[in-house]
Design a protein around this ligand. Structure first.
Ligand SMILES: [Zn+2]
Ligand SMILES: [Zn+2]
Length: 346
C-alpha cells in the first residue's frame, strides 16, 4: 500500500500467523484497535525514489514472511533483489530476522545503529552465554527456582527464525541519507532497544518510528542481561526528542499509521506516569523484589502467574525498567540481601 508518494507500507506476518490472517488483522485493527495475543505482523516500508530502493525493517526469517515481502514489493513493480539499502530500526527478530536472507539475495547495505550492531553476536550468533547469564539474572531478581530455568530459555526458539548478519554501516544518529530527492535524517531513540533509530524526512513531514512510537500499544522497555543504565529513562528522553518535529504522518512498524504525533507522545508519557505510580505502590515498606512487584501489577494481558515463561520474563524486565527509573528519579532505593536485589521506598 502506498502511504505517501514513493513510500510503500508492506506487511510480513509473525510465525504464528498466515499472510492472509495478518492482512485481515491489519485492516481490523485500524478500525477497532485492541490488544491481540501476540503481534500478528510487522510493517516494513519500501522507499523507492529516483532509481533508489531502500527497505526499512523486514520481518522474521520464515518462508511465509519472505513470500509476503516479495508479494508486497511485486505489487509495486519491485523485487527484493533490488534492495540497495536495508535500514533496521532495531535488532529485534521481527525487524531484523530476515536481514541475512536479504543480504544474500540483494547484496544490500545493511544499516544499524552501533549500539544494536554490537549485540548481534551475543544475541544471535553465539547465544549460549546469554542463557547462562539469564539464569543468574533471574535469581538476582527474586524469580523462584521453579520458574527460572524455563524463563531463561524462553526466547531461544526464536533464534531459528533469525538470519543474523553483521551491519555493513553502523550509525550513531544525526546522519542524513538521500533516497532519490528525499532527505532522511537518522534520529537515535534508545529505550525499547539501546540502538533504536527513527527516520525523519523534514520536507515531507514523515517520521518512521519502528517500535518507538506505536498508535495504541506501548513498546516493551525492559532491563535484561544486555541492558546498561536506565532504559526507561532513555525511552522517556527519546520521546522528548520527537516532540518538536514537524510531522504530518507517522509510519510505525506495527499496528497502523498515526496522524497526530504530539497527542500520541503525550498519551505514552501519561501511560508511563500511571504505571510508575502503580509500581511504587506495589513495593512493600520492607522491600520487594522485581518478581514480587511484577506479580502485583495489573498487566494489559492479565496477571503474571498466568503468563507463558517468555512473557513472565518480559514482565519482570519491564518491571525492572520502571524500578530503575524510579531509582533514577530518587523515589526508590535498592539493597542486596544475599544474592537477591530488593527495592525500597525512599
Ligand atoms: Zn522491538
Ligand atoms: Zn517490533
Amino acid at each position: 500500500m502506498q502511504v505517501s508518494e514513493g513510500i510503500y507500507q508492506l506487511l510480513t506476518p509473525f510465525p504464528e500467523f498466515s499472510f492472509e490472517d495478518a492482512k485481515m488483522l491489519r485492516r481490523q485493527l485500524e478500525e477497532h484497535p485492541r490488544v491481540t495475543k501476540g503481534l500478528p505482523y510487522v510493517l516494513p516500508y519500501m522507499i523507492k525514489r529516483g532509481g533508489d530502493t531502500v527497505l526499512v525493517d523486514c520481518g522474521w526469517n520464515t518462508d511465509n514472511a519472505y513470500q509476503a515481502l516479495e508479494a508486497g514489493m511485486q505489487e509495486h513493480g519491485s523485487h527484493p533483489t533490488e534492495i540497495q539499502k536495508l535500514i533496521i530500526t532495531h535488532v529485534h527478530p521481527d525487524h531484523y530476522g530476515m536481514a541475512g536472507r536479504l543480504k544474500q539475495i540483494a547484496s544490500c547495505d545493511v544499516v544499524l545503529h552501533e549500539k544494536d550492531a554490537e549485540v548481534i553476536t551475543d544475541r544471535y550468533l553465539a547465544p549460549k552465554q546469554l542463557t547462562d547469564n539469564m539464569s543468574g539474572f533471574m535469581s538476582l531478581n527474586g524469580v523462584p527456582e521453579l520458574n527460572a530455568p524455563t524463563m531463561a530459555r524462553g526466547s531461544m526458539g526464536m533464534i531459528d527464525r533469525v538470519a543474523a548478519v553483521p551491519a555493513d554501516t553502523e550509525v550513531k544518529g544525526g546522519e542524513m541519507f538521500k533516497v532519490g530527492d528525499f532527505d532522511f535524517q537518522i534520529i537515535w531513540t534508545p529505550g525499547h532497544s539501546p540502538g533504536h533509530i527513527c527516520l525523519y524526512e523534514p520536507n515531507r513531514k514523515i517520521l518512521l518510528t519502528g517500535d518507538h512510537v506505536l498508535p495504541t500499544i506501548t513498546p516493551n522497555v525492559s532491563i535484561h542481561t544486555q541492558t546498561h543504565g536506565s532504559p526507561l529513562g532513555d525511552y522517556m528522553r527519546s520521546l522528548e526528542k520527537l516532540v518538536d518535529l514537524d510531522v504530518e504522518l507517522v509510519l510505525p512498524a506495527h499496528e497502523f499509521e498515526i496522524r497526530d504525533l504530539k497527542k500520541r507522545l503525550r498519551e505514552i508519557e501519561d501511560h508511563h506516569e500511571i504505571r510508575l505510580e502503580e509500581m511504587v505502590n506495589c513495593v512493600d515498606a520492607g522491600g520487594s523484589t522485581a518478581w514480587e512487584v511484577a506479580g502485583r501489577v495489573k498487566w494489559a494481558t492479565g496477571m503474571l502467574a498466568d503468563f507463558e515463561p517468555f512473557m513472565q520474563r518480559a514482565a519482570v524486565g519491564e518491571t525492572l525498567a520502571h524500578l530503575e527509573y524510579l531509582f533514577e528519579l530518587g523515589r526508590l532505593s535498592k539493597v542486596m540481601r544475599g544474592k537477591t536485589l530488593y527495592w525500597l521506598p525512599v
